[in-house]
Design a protein around this ligand. Structure first.
Ligand code: SAH
Length: 347
């Protein structure tokens, strides 16, 4: 399947001029519609003949939103998207004073196998193309009423972004291009479970996206129990790579730390975490586990999470305890998709 949102403005011009012998300005008109998240039937100034050819050639625009839920508590929006091959992914839009942050997926499923995460329960199904990642932003903008609706992006939906490196980098370039959506790379955060070689490769590209590392435990042994990738890369290797990322990009690295009851939330755990992150320009984001019903892990209590934050602050660590958003519209990350699959008996 050929997806038009895979192309940036220059590439689309080249492709449509070569394949369909259209004038460059026609290609630019099509590009303008794609940026607005419109489908073929809405491209009113593009000839029907050309649109028919797209349909015959099995060309899609991007991704399609099939369900939207809005939280009554905080306005958080959750979306289900359908891909051209029938696969389903989900996304979340969180509303803040400074703008709207969209959480995008980079793969259908994931092969990293983290024990607390719903996205990994069925393994990796497939990578998303750059245009399918961009398509999530375009579709949400179109529903929200304008190209500036999504102001910030986090690559924290299903999938491991650095396990789909080339498509993710193409997405980062296209979404931040001036003639594209022009979202500043400083407003984009890429979250990884810590693939050290790819983190280094990313640092060398000269982008200015923020790097977020899912640490969840500062002890190698204990991290291995919840994150299989910890058998490949040690916490020390990750922290050295984080330092290199900062030196090259001057972007402060964020560590994600999901608090799991009796697993990583003790005073000793906090001290170990502090010793890893204290000596670099970094910030720790604490979040209480969103329990996944297929797993036995439980969330740390609210009181204990606040205590843990206090331990870190006493150690001089910059940290925040994030509030959970949109808790009334489904369970954990990845759960909306699973519920849809179960309700519709999708294998
Ligand atoms: N693979 C990437 C990005 C996807 S996960 C990564 O590992 O960072 C995005 C974030 O959500 C990660 O920090 C991940 O550890 C966290 N996460 C996954 N499942 C969660 C759950 N059930 N509760 C809380 N955080 C979770």
């Amino acid at each position: 399947m050929n997806i038009l949102s895979n192309y940036n403005k220059t590439e689309l011009r080249q492709y449509l001029v070569e394949k369909y012998q259209v004038k460059p300005f026609v290609a630019d008109q099509v590009y303008g519609w794609i940026l607005k998240g419109k489908n073929f039937s809405e491209m009113t100034n593009v000839s029907l003949a050309l649109r028919d050819k797209f349909a015959q050639d099995n060309i899609a625009v991007g991704v399609e939103i099939i369900e939207k839920k809005v939280s009554e508590l905080d306005g958080t929006e959750k979306f289900l998207y359908r891909l051209w091959d029938g696969n389903i992914i989900e996304g979340v839009l969180m509303k803040y004073k400074y703008g709207n942050t969209l959480c995008v997926s980079t793969q259908v499923g994931c092969r990293m196998g983290c024990k607390f995460c719903a996205s990994t329960l069925d393994g990796l199904i497939r990578n998303l193309s750059s245009g399918e990642i961009l398509g999530q932003v375009l579709a949400v903008n179109a529903l929200g009423g304008g190209e500036r609706y999504v102001t910030n992006i986090v690559l924290m939906g299903s999938g491991e972004p650095l396990d789909n490196f080339d498509n993710v980098v193409k997405f980062l370039r296209d979404v931040s291009a001036q003639e594209g959506l022009n979202i500043s790379q400083r407003n984009i955060s890429l979250s990884t479970c810590g693939l050290v070689e790819q983190m280094d490769k990313l640092a060398d590209l000269g982008l200015s996206v923020n790097l977020t590392i899912s640490l969840h435990n500062a002890s190698d042994e204990k991290r291995q129990l919840i994150m299989p990738i910890a058998n490949k890369y040690s916490v020390e290797e990750i922290s050295q790579s984080a330092r290199r990322y900062f030196e090259k990009t001057h972007r402060r690295v964020i560590f994600e730390y999901t608090l799991i009851d009796g697993n990583n939330d003790s005073y000793a755990d906090a001290l170990r975490l502090a010793s890893v992150v204290r000596n670099m320009s970094s910030h720790v984001n604490l979040i209480r586990l969103n329990p996944v019903k297929e797993r036995k892990l439980r969330a740390t209590s609210d009181a204990n999470a606040k205590k843990f934050l206090g331990y870190l602050e006493k150690q001089g660590v910059s940290a925040t305890l994030r509030r959970q958003m949109g808790v009334d519209i489904d369970g954990a990350c990845g759960q909306l998709r699973r519920k849809y699959m179960e309700d519709n008996k999708v294998e």
